[in-house]
Design a protein around this ligand. Structure first.
Ligand code: FMN
Length: 171
């Protein structure tokens, strides 16, 4: 079984258990790398042309406006073929209850017929929230498998949980 992890993750100022902290590597990026290590997956990072603000509070507003507008932010590079993969993990931070709109920009470009997709979301309390529903809506032709929610502030301590779930679902 060949697995691809499509993920978005934001560096900069973020909220950790009630206080603001600047991070060099995003929480979802850590989790995506743990999945890669557990099952030998490939990674594809969704990166926007226009960067979101490094300030948490400003980014919150930018993300809210994009969600309201149904925006599809332009990406630095696009993945146009997933035919070499059986399983696709779609990992992202919870932004206002769902994936950042940039993830949707990428998903809409792909044909998921015959693929199995797995929602993974890092969050500060909302859990998986809209992730499974978003994959049902935007991953054309896919079967949606079991999701995994990781508390963002604990992302660096998540390997045992990520490994157990990744090995169970993706091998
Ligand atoms: C724009 C924005 C919106 C967010 N909205 C939510 C939310 O609705 N629910 C939640 O639990 N966490 C929310 N968070 C917290 C992030 O989901 C959490 O910190 C996540 O682990 C960040 O992942 P990253 O470092 O990979 O970007 C939000 C963070 C940002 C920046």
């Amino acid at each position: 079984m060949k697995t691809l992890v499509i993920y978005y993750s934001r560096k900069g100022e973020n909220y950790f258990n009630g206080s603001l902290k600047i991070i060099e590597k995003g929480n979802t990026c850590r989790v995506a790398e743990f999945i890669r290590d557990a099952v030998g997956a490939d990674l594809f990072e969704v990166e926007t042309v226009k960067e979101y603000s490094k300030s948490y509070m400003t980014c919150i507003e930018e993300a809210k406006a994009e969600l309201k507008a149904g925006a599809r932010p332009e990406l630095k590079k696009y993945l146009d073929d997933i035919c070499g993969y059986d399983n696709i993990v779609v990992a992202g931070p919870c932004w206002w209850g769902t994936y950042p709109m940039a993830v949707i920009t990428q998903l809409e470009k792909l044909d998921f017929t015959g693929k199995k997709v797995f929602p993974v979301m890092t969050h500060e309390g909302s859990g998986l929230s809209g992730a499974p529903g978003a994959l049902k809506k935007y991953c054309r032709g896919a079967e949606v498998g079991e999701g995994l929610a990781i508390h963002g502030a604990d992302a660096s301590e998540s390997p045992p949980e990520v490994e157990a779930r990744a090995l169970k679902n993706l091998k």
